[in-house]
Write a protein that binds this ligand. Structure first.
Ligand SMILES: Nc1nc2c(ncn2[C@@H]2O[C@H](COP(=O)(O)OP(=O)(O)OP(=O)(O)O)[C@@H](O)[C@H]2O)c(=O)[nH]1
Length: 402
């Protein structure tokens, strides 16, 4: 029933299937996929060599096969590092591969010892599994589902432990090195687990790839390509998420709508590329002013919105003024020379029963007033002006202008 050849054949077939599946993901251009593809391909080549033990030379079935499997483990690790955008320590990995090769040759041709060869290869595999687990657990992307990363790290650790157990088990076997050592029940069980490592970790890698692809797709839908700010759709989704939570906890929320002044003239003077540079620079500048929990979105054209968490109208006005002054302070470098620009803004604050649409209408009215009264200024919708904060100017439309 328990047959080492069966475990090896199953593993080879699984590696073949995973090579095909990872091959289909190559065109995603996701870093790491080509390394994982290569590591499965190496398993597909090496496992039949192991299977042919006794029928082909030991150089191929012992030395080359084990080297290929070790190289596959290294490529799997490199795939994880590339995927997580971490450097790969090639000198250390290549050094370890050379040491393993020397050990395999020594314990086959100088001293022929199956237990030591199994111990050495199993410990190499354990070290690679631990390295993968630590890498993935430490550098998993923030703000994304943790599941695929913890699953990969946990599986790698469990496999690492089984490989260490396999190495130790072989050292406890009595007698001279004999191929029958591989046929004992525990040996086959541990071999079957070892044979499952690459297919299982490759499936875990595919889970990580799917997570990254989903996150990229969400970003494409929810982020503005030009500036990197949230798109209108992403901003509205974020507001829905955050406003429900904030309002249920009585945390004030304000909305600032910002419009870049005379943007058509900027495009006319500095070209469309110059206008794009100004839009990007505005988002960078706003990003520096944002506090944790604030959200910035591009609502379209040269209009942006900022959701200010925990901000009463007075706090929102302070933030908007800081942003307005920061924008005024530094000209933007464009291909057609430095461009000075200004912004106008309107602020409204959530009241009981408000929807984003209603707050938006009030913030828009305040923005309209800021434009109407000369631009380069921020208006707070009067209903929400802080009681102790006299407006710099009042208009007959009931809007306060800073
Ligand atoms: N460069 C660039 N221009 C854009 C983009 N989206 C919209 N625009 C331009 O933004 C300009 C907006 O002009 P208007 O709506 O007249 O507003 P404005 O000139 O800023 O005038 P005020 O808002 O009243 O100060 C138009 O010329 C649009 O073509 C973009 O992504 N890049």
């Amino acid at each position: 029933m328990l047959n080492p050849a069966l475990a090896i054949v199953t593993s080879a077939l699984m590696s073949l299937i995973l090579t095909a599946l990872l091959g289909s993901l190559l065109r995603s251009g996701m870093p790491g996929v080509s390394d994982w593809f290569a590591s499965n391909l190496m398993m597909v080549v090496s496992l039949p060599l192991v299977l042919l033990r006794g029928q082909i030379s030991d150089v191929l079935s012992v030395v080359v096969a084990n080297q290929l499997m070790a190289l596959a483990a290294v490529m799997y690790y490199a795939g994880c590092a590339h995927f997580l955008r971490r450097p790969v320590r090639w000198p250390v990995l290549i050094g370890a591969l050379i040491a393993l090769s020397a050990a395999l040759v020594y314990w086959r041709y100088v001293v022929n010892s199956i237990p030591v060869r199994v111990l050495v290869t199993a410990l190499f595999s354990t070290a690679m599994c631990i390295a993968v687990a630590v890498l993935v657990a430490r550098h998993r992307p923030a703000g994304r589902s943790a599941y695929p990363y913890w699953a990969t790290a946990t599986m790698a650790l469990a496999f690492g432990a089984c490989q260490a157990a396999r190495g130790v088990y072989f050292m406890t076997l009595d007698g001279t090195s004999n191929i029958l050592m591989f046929a004992s029940t525990w040996s086959v069980v541990l071999l079957a687990i070892a044979a499952a490592i690459m297919p299982t970790l490759s499936m875990a890698a595919m889970m990580m790839v799917h997570d990254a692809l989903l996150s990229d797709a969400r970003d494409a839908a929810e982020r503005d390509f030009l500036t990197g700010a949230l798109s209108r759709k992403g901003f509205e989704a974020a507001v829905q998420r955050l406003s429900g939570r904030a309002l249920s906890q009585d945390v004030p929320l304000s909305l600032l709508i910002v419009d870049l002044d005379h943007f058509k003239a900027i495009n006319d003077t500095f070209g469309h590329a110059g206008g794009d540079a100004v839009l990007r620079e505005f988002v960078r500048c706003a990003g520096l002013q944002l506090r944790r929990g604030d959200v910035l979105g591009r609502m379209g054209g040269e209009e942006f919105a900022v959701l200010l968490a925990g901000a009463q109208p007075g706090d929102a006005l302070q933030f908007a003024e800081r942003l307005r002054c920061a924008v005024n302070a530094e000209p933007v470098t464009t291909g057609s020379g430095p461009c000075r620009y200004s912004i106008s803004g309107g602020i409204a604050t959530w009241q009981a029963g408000d929807t984003l649409d209603r707050v938006n209408v009030r913030a828009d009215a305040a923005l309209y007033e800021a434009k109407r009264s000369g631009r380069n200024r921020i208006c707070v919708h009067q209903e929400q002006r802080a009681a102790n904060e006299p407006p710099a100017q009042e208009t007959d439309q009931g809007l306060a202008i800073s």
